[in-house]
Design a protein around this ligand. Sequence first.
Ligand code: SF4
Length: 231
Amino acid sequence: MADGLFETLDYLREIGFTELDASCVAKASGPRSATDGMDESFRERRAVLEALAASAVGCDKCGLAAKRKSVVFGSGNPDADLMFVGEGPGAEEDRQGLPFVGPAGALLTKIIEAIGLEREDVYIANIVKCRPPGNRDPSPEEASACREYLEGQIDLVKPRVLVALGRVAAQNLLGLDRPLGRMRGAWYEVRGVPTRATYHPAALLRNTGFKRPTWEDMQVVRDRLQQPTDC
Ligand code: SF4
């Protein structure tokens, strides 16, 4: 087994996932011949993300486990420069097991395309991985219980920019108790990643007046992504 697998296991244990073993990560890595030539760091991070997702499937760390159909862990490019974080799965996401499907998901895809990316280029996750009944906001206890998964995703994807979608996601990610309007328009840092807050696509569907400020936010994000990296 490659040294990297031991390192990834150590990482998972550090963030609290003690029940994973090397075979879990090795299995998630896939056959070595299938990824020959792929950057080793990327291969390792993808494997650990898959192992983390597998560990979430049986999670019952909060009460949202009781009524879920699916654990909606996240989707997209594990090597993404841009990562979006919403608040939690809705009914359709719960049914399909994927984040941001349905009309709000389609609008998010358009927003991504408007800044010159494809949906497959980005990574998408939520504050909580299981659906809050009736689409209520996740409680602070639920968000806290699920935080390790989100932090694992941020650390493993290592995006260049994070975007919080909506008030609930922004408040949880940034640790601020403010209206969204007072969180927009500034850069923050979450786990070392520059972070911006904007409106949730579902809010844009309800109120078209939010489209312009969202576009302004996304232009700032696009410009940041186009800046050269340090390395
Ligand atoms: S919301 Fe998160 S912490 Fe709660 S049961 Fe689902 S995966 Fe576990």
